[in-house]
Ligand binder design. Sequence first.
Ligand SMILES: C[S@@+](CC[C@H](N)C(=O)[O-])C[C@H]1O[C@@H](n2cnc3c(N)ncnc32)[C@H](O)[C@@H]1O
Length: 264
Amino acid sequence: MALAPPFSNLGRAPAGSSCGLTFVSVGPGDPELLTVAAVRAIQAAAVVAYPVAREGAAGMAATIAGPWIHADQRRLPLLFPMVTEASPRIAAWHAAADALAAEVAGGAAVVLLCEGDGSLFASSSYVLLALRQRHPACPIQLIPGVPAACAAAAAASGVGLAWPLALQSEGLLIRPTPGTPAELKVLLAQAAASGTVLALLKLGHRWAWVRPLLAERGLLAGALFAQRVGWPDQLVAPAAAVPAQKQPYFSLLLVRQGWPEVLP
Ligand SMILES: C[S@@+](CC[C@H](N)C(=O)[O-])C[C@H]1O[C@@H](n2cnc3c(N)ncnc32)[C@H](O)[C@@H]1O
């Protein structure tokens, strides 16, 4: 029976190719955490697109990738309003998909920069879905990147802590922080019962009530707080050391409620 070509090559243009659209994950903050493929794709692009929350903003992904972008590359900020209503967000994804497809149709090599990994809770995923729907012939490739949760676990070593994310038969659940204490209690109970480590994103203002809840349940010692990982003002600390008050959006929490039996 004839073998199919290697799956890694199916529908994939080579990194740094001179046509098409490449979604480039840029990691959580440190420009050194872009992959070689990410840097090559950025440097081969004529147009560098990136999300902004408002007109004129620098854009987090563009700031992270800044050292790898040349002055002669055209910048294309794409506005993704941070609102809860669906219709402005859907309109923004459609507009971004149309703008990117138009650039590609015009012959440009285009990159879309994505903070962290572009497949994890990322605006770029909505753009990808919109492109597949509205411009199915547009050639696209994705370059994966370092997720903030992985960078946080690695940064723990810098403060003298060992923070393996998952070992042996443990699970790892990366998800937004629940919106209420009741939901978090349920999640913690499920995670404890199933041996699952939690990586809770979008912690921000919720930290004001999450910390007391962890303290009440004796879970602070097994939790790591990480804020703006990879940025000059990075804060990575045992959760017990961070006071219960609102924190910036770019904060996350790792929670481990147990360890496997067999360890060094
Ligand atoms: C929309 S999600 C983006 C996740 C990202 N795509 C990734 O792969 O990690 C945003 C959330 O990720 C977390 N996050 C992203 N970058 C971070 C960083 N540098 N430091 C701490 N948390 C970060 C925060 O919890 C933030 O609220």
